[in-house]
Design a protein around this ligand. Structure first.
Ligand code: CUA
Length: 157
């Protein structure tokens, strides 16, 4: 079978396009910014958050050389702390819980995204890169103020 020159060109072009696409997907998963590396969840009493070591005082704590834990409480209609401030080029484990209803916790523009359920602690570990400001959104309908429920993540030098 004879293959015309222009067919070869299109074939090469199509293969390049596929490789480019695969490359960009891989880059998106491991590239700079905020990349989620793990998530899990455990149980907690949503009515006694002020007696909990982590959530009585929502905050960011240094737990290792380049490792931080962020204890975050979602509520109608916001997040605490706000902003969440973490140093650049670090590993951040977010532990997020709700003190009222089901919320979402999404770091906009990244793959860090979890549901936040009262009585459970959603844990997600991310790698943060360069200094940048990210929006945090709730993407579970949680009441009249759902659409204004937002927070901020500041990655600082
Ligand atoms: Cu909180 Cu929607």
């Amino acid at each position: 079978m004879h293959v015309h020159a222009y067919e070869k060109i299109w074939l090469v072009f199509a293969i390049l396009l596929i490789l480019l696409l695969l490359g960009s997907v891989t880059y998106g998963a491991v590239g700079p910014g905020v990349a989620m590396v793990a998530d899990s969840e455990d149980q907690i009493n949503a009515n006694a958050l002020d007696e909990d070591d982590r959530f009585a005082e929502p905050r960011v704590e240094r737990v290792g050389e380049n490792h931080y834990e962020a204890y975050v409480v979602a509520f109608q209609f916001g997040f605490q702390p706000d902003p969440i401030v973490v140093p650049e080029n670090s590993t951040v484990t977010f532990q997020v819980t709700s003190r009222d209803v089901i919320h979402g916790f999404e770091v906009v523009g990244t793959n860090a995204n979890t549901m936040v359920v009262p009585g459970e602690v959603s844990e997600l570990t991310v790698e943060v890169g360069e200094p940048q400001e990210y929006g945090i959104l709730c993407n579970e309908y949680c009441g009249a103020g759902h659409h204004v429920m937002e927070g901020k993540l500041h990655v600082v030098p």
